[in-house]
Design a protein around this ligand. Structure first.
Ligand code: A3P
Ligand code: MG
Ligand code: MG
Ligand code: MG
Length: 396
């Protein structure tokens, strides 16, 4: 995990220009006064907070039997399932808009298939116990106990195909499961799509330091962690401490306009993004600070408050991005004044169902640097294609 020591060491080693850090919004709580998504944002924050409590409890005591491999060999834990069950349960029970409409649609990462087998029963029992313990410890939902069937049904509330019309919640119950299992960063990421557009996004980042993780972060002895980011269309992005110890503040992306002062962030996992390509992009841009490597959509949250100025993500060939990996994070960035786009410079399109349909790679930065970063990305991709062509012709 990137900790404050690393940030402090970075601050000594790399001269990075000051940027706009958290600025007070002048009003506390959710940025609701101008938002027509006030109720959606409030219920989304409640759901993400509850699910984050379950994740924190599990991460403290993670046992190996509580992690399994899915068919694609990626890990899934009792907390991924428990988080999905809780968010689905809270939204279906508490969302005034969905209840009034009598319909609920959610596109979420996990499903209950493996838990419905005989082998899955112990895991289902553990998830049900965790879900009920979390609801009881929270204390704001009254006396309620979910059965194993209720938990399975809640998990499968996330089976919607999404699409270009209507309302769809989009959930990654734990984004960065590998980071979660390692004891590092992860996020509970919940978005809301309306006619294909992300209109609400909430990121619960229980391990993210409140202090900046960027190379120009403040030298501070405050080791507090746990940040929530919340955004809704037209109403900005706010952050607050998950334990309530600090009030909500508006955040804005960095205003750095000279790329040599721009720190960039990327995946911790080299298998998730081509770190050779991002190193070349950074070289072309003249970036001197080393990459900030952390798991999950915490990167979008950290960028939204100015810790990093650029986010680069270039999966290896053949990987298809899913909407739940970017929906909440993208609105957290755009409402903080930033831009999120693909290698062709196009904004991400969340209207195509469970997958994003994009031109190789996802990039986020501020509006000053968009053209320069895009040009560097396209140059680095061409250079790499030329190297590949050269290598294959030398084998002829
Ligand atoms: N080969 C791959 N290339 C790109 N992304 C991948 C990948 N394998 C898994 N991922 C995605 O990367 C996400 C984590 O993001 P990051 O790399 O920013 O930490 C994972 O989310 P989950 O942990 O929710 O499965 C998963 O969806
Ligand atoms: Mg996963
Ligand atoms: Mg994910
Ligand atoms: Mg996940």
């Amino acid at each position: 995990m990137v900790n404050e020591n690393t940030a402090q060491e970075g601050a000594l080693k790399f001269a990075v220009a000051p940027n706009s850090k958290m600025r007070s919004s002048g009003h506390e709580g959710v940025p609701s006064s101008a938002s027509s998504y006030k109720d959606d944002l409030a219920v989304a924050i409640r759901a993400v907070n509850l699910a984050s409590q379950l994740c924190q409890a599990v991460q403290r005591n993670l046992l190996s039997k509580e992690t399994q491999s899915k068919a694609d060999k990626s890990p899934v834990t009792v907390a991924d399932y428990g988080s999905q069950a809780l968010v689905s349960w809270v939204l279906q029970r508490e969302s005034p808009v969905d209840r009034a409409a009598g319909s609920f649609s959610m596109v979420a990462e996990e499903d209950s298939e493996d838990l419905r087998t005989e082998d899955g029963l112990p895991m289902l029992e553990r998830i049900t116990q965790l879900v009920n313990e979390t609801i009881a410890a929270d204390g704001t939902f009254g006396p309620v106990t979910l059965s194993k069937d209720d938990v399975l049904t809640a998990i499968d509330g996330g089976s919607s195909p999404g699409g270009p019309e209507g309302r769809h919640w989009v959930l990654d119950p734990i984004d960065g499961t590998r980071g979660f299992v390692r004891g590092d960063q992860y996020a509970v990421a919940l978005g809301l799509l309306e006619n294909g557009e992300v209109v609400v996004g909430v990121l619960g980042c229980p391990n993210l330091p409140l202090a900046s993780i960027g190379p120009n972060g403040p030298v501070s002895s405050d080791n507090s962690v746990g940040c929530l980011f919340a955004a809704s269309k037209g109403a900005g992005t706010i952050t607050h401490a998950m334990d309530g110890s600090r009030p909500a503040q508006r955040v804005f992306v960095s205003e750095v306009s000279d790329s040599k002062w721009a720190a960039f962030c990327e995946s911790y996992e080299a298998a998730h993004s081509r770190q050779d390509l991002t190193a070349n992009i950074a070289r072309i841009l003249g970036v001197s600070a080393p990459p900030i490597r952390i798991d999950s959509q915490c990167k979008y949250g950290a960028m939204a408050r100015g810790d990093a100025v650029i986010y680069l993500r270039f999966p290896h060939a053949g990987y298809r991005e899913k909407i739940w990996d970017h929906a909440a994070g993208s609105i957290v960035i755009t409402e903080a004044g930033g831009e999120v786009f693909d290698a062709a410079g196009k904004p991400l399109d969340f209207s195509k169902g469970r997958f994003l349909d994009l031109e190789h790679g996802i990039i986020a930065t501020n509006s000053h640097l968009k053209d320069a970063v895009l040009a560097a990305v396209q140059t680095a991709i061409k250079e790499q294609q030329n190297v590949t062509k050269g290598e294959s012709s030398s084998h002829l």
